[in-house]
Design a protein around this ligand. Structure first.
Ligand code: AMP
Ligand code: GLY
Length: 429
């Protein structure tokens, strides 16, 4: 079959890499892709994955391409096209596409929708409220003693959140987002949440409209700097499974969230076929959902897809066809970790166009895969082209071995201003 993957980050490279291993695939495109994606070859016929110069938000062009090239299955990586309704558009045109439709994607595209849904169906979540007026928002923040998370309601690439530990902090964050529009239009409405203390994990569940299959738990590292300091980013590194949760504990947490979520979807007529990715805080009062995403996490995907043994094409087809309940997902016993290498300055301003060296040497290392995110080809060279540049991923029998392997590979790779966290998975060791 012929597959098109939509997106250009590390998550999409991992999706392409894993899909390319399926014997069902004879041709694959990625729109728009990156320098690493277009080096991947299909296992079936050694054909290279082909780039398509269409951005992930250009729905009409993606539709035309899929039609003209008779794409059998389109796989959507990022939230933006899902929020714009790419799934609805393709389905209306009788094209097969994997990902939640626009209504289902609202769990991610509107924090207010997600919060109301969670409250209505009893999914444990922090106390919170939605505001359009700064003064009311500030009053609510004050009632929490200023200990709160201030969030832009719309999509802000995982960066539209400010954590506050006092009233002055909270007042400033509310002004910044709601009045000064620091995150642009996404900040026209804000959600204020009680600040939770605990360990944060990422859950992923593959859904088919009625069943949800939980993945092993993983942990992301959102802040830019070691020790969880600095600005929130899209994610600086991840690993899975997390050693501080037994499988039975993870299942229990999954049930507490996914049970009521599935019931809610059924009674609200939400047909969710895709990945539900709850960000969960393990607090002393039990697990609480910080946010719901409607797509694969980045860099969680890089970790998960180096562990998944099942054929990803078959798995996604089961998600589309409503037959997930008939099979099981098979996972390798290995632990995987991904360390993100980013451009100096990310998530604020950063330079692009820096030459990356050492990629080939790093790629030769055992149990290692270098996923590209913000990279572009320039003749023989590979240049940086985004904030998150590479997702250096490695696996091993235990977390320490996997982590050592990933950092060995990181130290082989160089570009001007490269930044990475030195403490990915430290909480798991
Ligand atoms: P979000 O985009 O809502 O996932 O928020 C980004 C990050 O901010 C999360 O991954 C958490 O690390 C942190 N965060 C968000 N909400 C809260 C909260 N209510 N309490 C503590 N930390 C939070
Ligand atoms: N890992 C963070 C995200 O994908 O939103």
């Amino acid at each position: 079959m012929k597959i098109m993957v939509v997106g250009s980050g590390g998550r999409e490279h991992a999706l392409v890499w894993k899909l390319a291993q399926s014997p069902h695939v004879v041709r694959m495109w990625c729109a728009p892709g990156n320098a690493g994606i277009t080096q991947e070859r299909l296992v079936k016929n050694r054909a290279l994955v082909e780039p398509v110069a269409i951005t992930s938000g250009d729905l009409p062009e993606l539709l035309t391409f899929a039609r003209e090239n008779k794409v059998d299955l389109t796989v959507v990586g990022p939230d933006n096209p899902l929020g714009l309704g790419i799934v609805d558009l393709f389905q209306k045109n009788n094209l097969r596409i994997w990902g939640p439709n626009q209504k289902a994607a609202q769990f991610e595209t509107s924090k207010a929708f997600a919060r109301e849904f969670m409250e209505k169906y009893g999914i444990p979540t922090p106390r919170s409220a939605t505001f359009e007026l700064a003064e009311q928002a500030q009053d609510f923040a004050a009632s929490l003693g200023g200990r709160c998370a201030v969030k832009a309601d719309g999509l802000a690439l995982g960066k539209g959140v400010v954590l506050c530990r006092g009233v002055a902090d909270a007042d400033r964050a509310i002004e910044d987002i709601l009045v000064r529009r620091r995150f642009g239009a996404a900040g026209g409405k804000i959600v204020i949440q009680e600040l939770l203390e605990g360990i944060e994990i990422s859950l992923h569940a593959l859904c088919d409209g009625k069943t949800a299959k939980l993945f092993p738990a993983s942990q992301d590292h959102k802040q830019a700097l070691d020790g969880d300091r600095g600005l929130n980013t899209g994610g600086m590194g991840a690993y899975s499974p997390v050693p501080f949760l037994r499988e039975s504990q993870a299942d229990e947490i999954g049930k507490k969230i996914l049970g009521p979520w599935l019931l809610g979807c059924a009674s609200e007529g939400v047909d969710f076929r895709g990945i539900l990715y709850p960000g969960v805080m393990l607090t002393k009062d039990g697990p609480k959902v910080l946010e719901l995403n409607a797509r694969f996490g980045d860099p969680e995907t890089q970790v998960y897809l180096t562990q998944l043994e099942s054929d990803l094409v078959e798995v996604l087809e089961a998600s589309l066809d409503g037959t997930l309940g008939e099979g099981t997902l098979t996972w390798s016993p290995m632990v995987s970790i991904c360390v993100v290498m980013a451009s100096g300055g990310y998530p604020d301003l950063y330079a692009k166009g820096k030459t990356i060296t050492g990629l080939e040497e790093a790629a030769q290392m055992p149990n290692t895969k270098i996923f590209h995110a913000g990279t572009v080809n320039a003749g023989e060279r590979v240049l940086t082209d985004g904030g998150r540049v590479l997702g250096v991923t490695a696996w091993g029998e235990d977390l320490k071995k996997a982590r050592d392997a990933a950092y060995r590979a990181v130290h082989k790779i160089h570009f001007d201003g490269a930044e990475f966290r030195h403490d990915i998975a430290a909480k798991g060791l």
